[in-house]
Design a protein around this ligand. Structure first.
Ligand code: ADP
Ligand code: MG
Ligand code: MG
Length: 248
């Protein structure tokens, strides 16, 4: 589904990603862990097509397409979801409007008509219940006055509606209390499917207690220094990045 080969990227003239290789198959969950400043968010941003990051070498293939050739909106329409898609507050735009227009953009891409309002409300209520969110969320301005945990839940709600093919979650677990973490974890697990893949960027093992990854990678200094299964995350918890990278 996703094939990253020898990816190099920089911001300005500062190289950040220094040869990333990563292969994500359909139905797999990959966790990317690593110390602060190792390039995890840069990798997410490059996958999203963020303009600040210049790819200087390597390739990214998504479902047979050259991802780097696609505009950010085209990537979204092709089924890629980014957890930090709308992290900003959008005054004057109600959450329900954003959710509906994102869903309709996806439907248009699939050759479907706009969803009818009654059907949409039914669908969104179902997802709200799953995320243990109150209906009042729909009528609040996007992210305005949302707590950190509410923003994260709202992101997962968007993901539930959009049913992406590839979801990239960058530190979806940061700032969540234990209950919110569990609900977010359940929201992700609910979407697990044979045709859907996840790349989860996280600092800590906490989220991985709820969402068990098939593969764990440690990113440090712009490169993947170690890969393994879930036990790698447990080893990290014990030894810390320093200890693990020394023995890698
Ligand atoms: P992580 O998510 O692993 O903590 P980042 O990808 O956010 O790491 O950052 C990696 C390095 O790139 C850091 O040294 C950071 O300061 C730098 N960096 C990232 N984005 C920018 C930017 N837009 N401008 C300048 N430096 C950046
Ligand atoms: Mg960071
Ligand atoms: Mg980061």
């Amino acid at each position: 589904m996703l094939e990253i080969k020898n990816l190099h990227a920089r911001v300005g003239d500062k190289p950040i990603l220094k040869g990333i290789n990563l292969s994500v198959g359909a139905g797999e969950i990959h966790a990317i862990m690593g110390p602060n400043g190792s390039g995890k968010s840069t990798l997410s941003s490059v996958l999203a097509g963020h303009g600040d990051y210049e790819v200087t070498d390597g390739s990214i293939t998504y479902m047979g397409l050259d991802l780097l050739d696609l505009e950010p909106e085209e990537r979204a329409r092709a089924g890629i979801f980014l957890s930090f898609q709308y992290p900003v507050e959008v005054p004057g735009v109600k959450n329900i409007y954003l959710l509906k227009s994102a869903l309709n953009a996806k439907r248009a891409h699939m050759g479907l008509d706009e969803i009818n309002p009654i059907e949409f409300l039914k669908l969104v209520r179902e997802k709200l219940a799953l995320m243990k969110m109150d209906e009042s969320f729909l009528h609040r301005n996007i992210n305005q006055g949302f707590s950190g945990g509410e923003k994260k839940r709202n992101e997962i709600l968007q993901m539930q509606l959009l049913e992406p093919t590839l979801a990239l979650l960058d530190e979806t677990d940061s700032g969540l209390d234990v209950d919110a973490l569990r609900i977010v974890g359940e929201g992700i697990n609910h979407l697990r499917a044979a045709h859907r893949s996840f790349v989860m960027v996280t600092h800590y093992q906490r989220l991985l207690d709820h969402v068990k990854p098939d593969h764990v990678h440690v990113l440090a200094d712009g490169q993947i220094k170690a890969s393994g299964d879930f036990t790698l995350a447990m080893q990290l918890e014990k030894e810390g990045y320093e200890g693990l990278l020394k023995s890698a």
